[in-house]
Design a protein around this ligand. Structure first.
Ligand code: FEO
Ligand code: CA
Ligand code: CA
Ligand code: CA
Length: 603
């Protein structure tokens, strides 16, 4: 094979070195600016953000807390204008309110907390010669919150499992919670994953029925009081009062951002688990495939293959049709087999010069027909049960237990599919699954990147590990065969993106190497495959997420700045982005090349 050449297009920048700065640190020759931050107005006539006097009325017109996913959709007919769509994953009350008492939140704090969740849609405008983006009021701007109405579609719509006092039809859910990552669909909508929804529901301890208890347990429900004590104000968050309310969260949500009055959808045909995100690949014949990971230690990777074809064009009829693509088709779960399983000892040592690789099978678990009715493909489970308690279906068919599947995303240039397996410190511990070839390290603190060559609409695939992350000087790391003395250390991959040259970009969450989290480019093809370079780092305690890489700019979400164990609003561990003695505020940041050149291209 050819020897490594000069750094390929898209990754030509001077790597940022690991650091613990309370700042976004970017390469030399680049500039940055905050696009929007928690509390900034989304809608006109919004009161100015006032940290000491927050109201739900203001919050539902402002950019929410803890932005995770970001999508940037060009607005047709408006040059250099976009819709920025962001998820607001969760509220951190100890940072949001000074003097917050976790044992006794106030009604106002509860209301602001619910409202700060959800999504924001906001028009942003670029300017020539820079990558700067400025928010504007526009006809599409909207907030979706923990109080917004959603339509339930798919096999669980109308099911007894979803019926509550407020909604005996089991088709209308109030709110979306813990929306982590997401995806932009080729038909112009946003998919958003409801992730750690278990934390909002109280009184698991009082559930007496053993079957109900098992189900809740498998989804991580524990204890009595919930983390935020919302049950004190709204009984729907109390499992003892509304046992089915929790079954109404954990779905892929679809938002049509081009109609600010549209009702967002929860697609139950795609299953219920801790969806990190969902990302679409369309095959040559127009078949729509959605990939989604279940972000939990030892949980599974899924794909949904639609039985409907995407309609081109962005007229209203096309949009109406395309909003049903994820309501009919087959849900699969992944089973992986290594080529050299006998040689895996849990240390991460490469079994041979072939690296870590193997074959895989997609096991069908649920088929949803044109009439929306489900057919279970799992013995002993009904279709509704597979849709709502999907993890049990994966357990029954022997799916492969992975190291926390975060983003799961196809590369538009090559069709290869990438999964960020963020970490799993319980791998190989007592009673837990041991290392296997796709998850090759016990007590895995740094994670790995899986590369899948998928027969997208079919059931067979092959796979290989692109990266086994960590300190490149450590024996248990692998960088696609690239010279490890020439790469940046990387730990806990979370979100994925691709640039126009086909390179992979990875943002991290939870860096176990004692430096701030950040964003990295990774060369995928050619002799430099595996070359990994750090493009930026985020402030203390923050995770990097939502990366969007275009030729003009890099856009990232800086989530939960200052989130360190002993920090609070009275003692923040970060003062980013406003500096001085201010409170940290989650925000979106744009980075561009000084003078407006192409990202990652040497002048
Ligand atoms: Fe919210 Fe899977 O990270
Ligand atoms: Ca997050
Ligand atoms: Ca994530
Ligand atoms: Ca994460």
């Amino acid at each position: 094979s050819a020897s490594p050449t000069e750094t390929p297009a898209g990754t030509q920048f001077t790597a940022v070195t690991p650091n613990a700065e309370d700042a976004v640190v970017i390469p030399e020759g680049y500039e940055q600016a905050v696009v929007i931050k928690w509390g900034d107005p989304i809608l006109p006539d919004t009161p100015a953000f006032d940290f000491d006097n927050q109201t739900p009325q203001a919050q539902e017109r402002q950019f929410g807390f803890n932005n995770d996913f970001a999508g940037l959709l060009p607005i047709e007919g408006k040059p250099n204008a976009f819709l920025l769509v962001c998820n607001h994953e969760y509220s951190t009350e100890t940072f949001m309110f000074s003097g917050y008492d976790p044992n006794s939140p106030t009604l106002q704090q509860f209301q602001v907390g619910v409202t700060t969740h959800g999504l924001s849609v906001v028009q942003v405008k670029g300017e020539s010669g820079s990558g700067k983006l400025t928010p504007e009021f526009g006809p599409y701007n909207r907030r979706i919150t923990g109080n917004s109405e959603f339509l339930v579609t798919g096999p669980a719509a109308g099911s007894d499992l979803l019926k509550t006092t407020a909604d005996p039809t089991a088709t209308k859910v109030i709110g979306t919670l813990n929306n982590c990552s997401g995806g932009v669909t080729p038909w112009g909508t946003i998919l958003s994953g409801e992730e750690n929804f278990n934390q909002y529901f109280a009184n698991f301890d009082t559930v007496a029925d053993p079957a109900a208890k098992d189900r809740l347990k498998r989804y991580g429900f524990v204890g009595a009081a919930s983390l935020r004590r919302w049950e004190n104000f709204d009984p729907r968050f109390d499992l003892a009062v509304e046992p089915n309310e929790a079954n109404r969260f954990g779905y892929i949500v679809e938002v049509n951002p081009w109609d600010a009055t549209s009702t967002p959808i929860k697609h139950t045909a795609m299953g219920r688990f801790k969806h990190e995100s969902a990302n679409i690949y369309v095959t040559a014949d127009g078949t729509v495939v959605a990939y989604s990971g279940d972000d939990e230690k030892f949980d599974y990777m899924y794909k949904f293959v639609s039985s409907r074809k995407m309609q081109p064009g962005n007229g209203q009829a096309s949009m109406r049709h395309n909003l049903t693509l994820l309501d009919a088709g087959t849900l699969y779960v992944a089973k992986l087999t290594g080529n050299e399983p006998d040689q895996i000892d849990g240390t991460g040592k490469i079994p041979s010069d072939k690296g870590f690789s193997g074959t895989g099978e997609w096991i069908a678990i649920l088929k949803t027909g044109e009439d929306g009715k489900g057919q279970s493909l799992v013995d002993g489970m009904s279709a509704e049960e597979v849709a709502v308690f999907t993890r049990f279906a994966g357990d029954k068919v022997g799916a492969t237990k992975m190291d926390r599947p975060e983003d799961f995303q196809p590369n538009p240039n090559t069709g290869k599919v990438y999964v960020a397996l963020t970490n799993n410190d319980k791998r190989g511990t007592e009673g837990k699954a041991k290392a296997d070839e796709a998850n090759p390290r016990n007590t895995n603190k740094n994670g790995q990147i899986l590369e899948i060559t998928d027969d997208h609409a079919g059931t067979a695939f092959t796979w290989t590990l692109l990266l086994v992350c960590g300190d490149p000087q450590a024996a248990d790391t692998y960088f696609g065969g690239f010279d490890k003395s020439k790469v940046s250390p990387i730990s806990c991959p979370d979100n994925l993106a691709f640039d126009s040259y086909g390179n992979l970009w990875i943002s991290t969450d939870g860096n176990a190497l004692k430096s701030n989290d950040g964003l990295f480019s990774v060369v995928l093809e050619g002799p430099n495959r595996g070359e990994t370079k750090q493009f930026l780092t985020v402030p203390k305690g923050a995770e990097t997420c939502g990366p969007i890489i275009t030729d003009e700019r890099v856009t990232v979400c800086v989530q939960h700045p200052g989130e360190e164990d002993d920090a609070s609003a009275d003692k923040p561990a970060s003062h980013w982005p406003d500096g001085g003695a201010t409170q940290p505020r989650p925000a979106v940041v744009a980075v561009w090349k000084t003078g407006g050149g192409r990202i990652g291209i040497q002048a």
